[in-house]
Design a protein around this ligand. Sequence first.
Ligand code: B12
Length: 228
Amino acid sequence: MSSLVPDDVAAALDEHGLIQRGGFSFDERDDAPPGRFGDRAKSVLLVGQAGAAPWPHFLRWRVRQPDNLKNPLDTWSREVIGEVAMSFGARAVSPSDTPYLPFQQWAMRAEGLMPSPLGILMHPEYGLWHAYRGALLFDFDIEIGTPQKSIHLCDACDRKPCMKACPADAYSPVGFAYEDCLGHVRGPNGAPCRTGGCLDRNACPFGTDYRYPSEVQTFHMASFAGLG
Ligand code: B12
């Protein structure tokens, strides 16, 4: 298959503020999800965002939707990525599809990323300010280079401020204390998290040019904490 496919996909995604986040061909050992016609997919191309670039595109779409629409960002992502998938003969999947697909494992393989102490993958340029909005599953191999091994910024970060800013100490080396985080965010002292986003994530010194604006952080926190 043409090596132009990923570039063409990238151009189509760009119209929505989305970017192509690398990809790979599944090998025999992979538990590959079904492709467009139900057989095991041959390859995957990840779709995501750097910083809050899709936000204005999402907002323009949002004003035309009912106010009470559930999971609007997921709905928008499925709609636009679904259209791109269709025009390239792929099947679109979402990070919210259940059973959950291993998006972070795919991303580590596609872009050579490693997890930060928070569980969010650390990107050498975007820091913690990036995410995945979907993936395209192809029934053929795509020609896409193996990612270069990038430096893992957390290795050189001695102070680890991301482990010290949370008032509920929700992130620790043993994992993420989901209930403690939720209790704090929803509680009387949770206003800074509700309006400014996760304090630990914001304490990271890397990729700050890509930090989501507070409007976007408020939106994500409301959806995470069921406040919307
Ligand atoms: C369920 C889920 C959660 C759960 C539980 C996480 C968990 N313990 O696994 C909860 C609700 C706690 C959660 C929270 C958040 N999540 Co979340 N989550 C997911 C989801 C939908 C499924 C995870 C899963 O089980 N995958 C299936 C397994 C088989 O795949 P995997 O690749 O092996 O999964 C890895 C993760 O589970 C990871 N992991 C384990 N514990 C935790 C904890 C956190 C906080 C994170 C981020 C990852 C993580 O380790 C696994 C092995 O590599 C993924 C999307 C996806 N499909 O993966 C997003 C995902 C991992 N989350 C993401 C994010 C950004 C968050 C938040 C930081 C922000 C937000 N969405 O509001 C919050 C943290 C809250 C805060 N303080 O801000 C991003 C991470 C992007 C990145 N750059 O790496 C993902 C990929 C969604 C996306 N659209 O991009 N999440």
